[in-house]
Design a protein around this ligand. Structure first.
Ligand SMILES: [Zn+2]
Ligand SMILES: [Zn+2]
Length: 243
């Protein structure tokens, strides 16, 4: 995948009929070229609990943190790693309102999920629940990026979209005792309608999983039997936690 200065990448992004990442010839029937798709940072060996990228041989395992203190969700997955072109696309979409970058993110994530044979979301879950954005951030950006992505993803996989409201921010769970963890996750969200039995939580980028856990707790309190999480991308362990 080529590395271009921002202005050159912005220019490439505007040229239709070319791969939006390198200006190469798109693959037949796809908006991107074969080389860029092959070079995507796939989250192949991810922790089953928190989707954190693990060393290659660790596929199908839990990380040490999830082994000792499992998250509330039954599983978490994220097809891509939040780095390189994926981080660039997320930032372009989220902070510059570039909807083409948003569409591309959803399509790339879906293509990687299908490649790893993860396509039966609508059979395994009754609805998709997007992590609601902070109201102040939505006002600053002029749109609710997570809701926009969730609507598009839900439509593409044929799942009903569920709604929740954010009441306050959820702090990091790291280093907290059991009681403090529980307090930290309580009353962060409220659901607009009673949820179905099996809910898939959705967000653009997953970091520690604390926000997902707060929303999962809200779902379990409302009677859900199974709650799992899906993000388009997962931050690698080395990146600072910043959203
Ligand atoms: Zn390309
Ligand atoms: Zn983990």
């Amino acid at each position: 995948m080529g590395v271009f200065p921002w202005w050159e990448r912005a220019l490439l992004h505007l040229l239709p009929g070319h791969c939006p990442l390198c200006l190469g010839r798109p693959r037949y029937g796809m908006p991107w070229c074969a080389a860029c798709f092959a070079a995507l940072p796939r989250n192949r060996a991810a922790c089953l609990g928190c989707a954190e990228p693990l060393p290659d041989g660790a596929r199908g395992l839990h990380c040490s943190r999830c082994s000792s203190a499992p998250l509330l969700m039954s599983s978490s997955s994220a097809p891509l790693v939040f780095c390189d072109e994926i981080a660039w696309l997320v930032r372009r979409f989220k902070f510059e309102g570039d909807l083409r970058a948003g569409r591309l993110l959803v399509e790339l994530a879906l293509a990687v999920l299908i490649e790893s044979d993860e396509r039966d979301w609508s059979l395994r879950f009754d609805g998709l629940l997007a992590v609601p954005s902070d109201a102040v951030r939505v006002r600053e950006r002029g749109f609710d990026h997570a809701d926009w992505l969730a609507r598009r993803f839900a439509r593409r996989v044929g799942m009903p979209l569920l709604r929740a409201r954010r009441l306050r921010a959820a702090g990091s769970q790291r280093g907290l005792g059991r009681r403090a963890r529980q307090r930290n996750l309580t009353d962060v969200f409220s659901l607009s309608t009673p949820p179905p039995a099996r809910v898939l939580l959705f967000d653009d980028v997953m970091t520690t999983g604390a926000t997902f856990e707060a929303l999962a707790l809200c779902c379990f309190d409302a009677g859900c039997l199974e709650v799992a999480a899906l993000a388009l991308a997962r931050t690698p362990r080395s990146l600072p936690i910043r959203r």
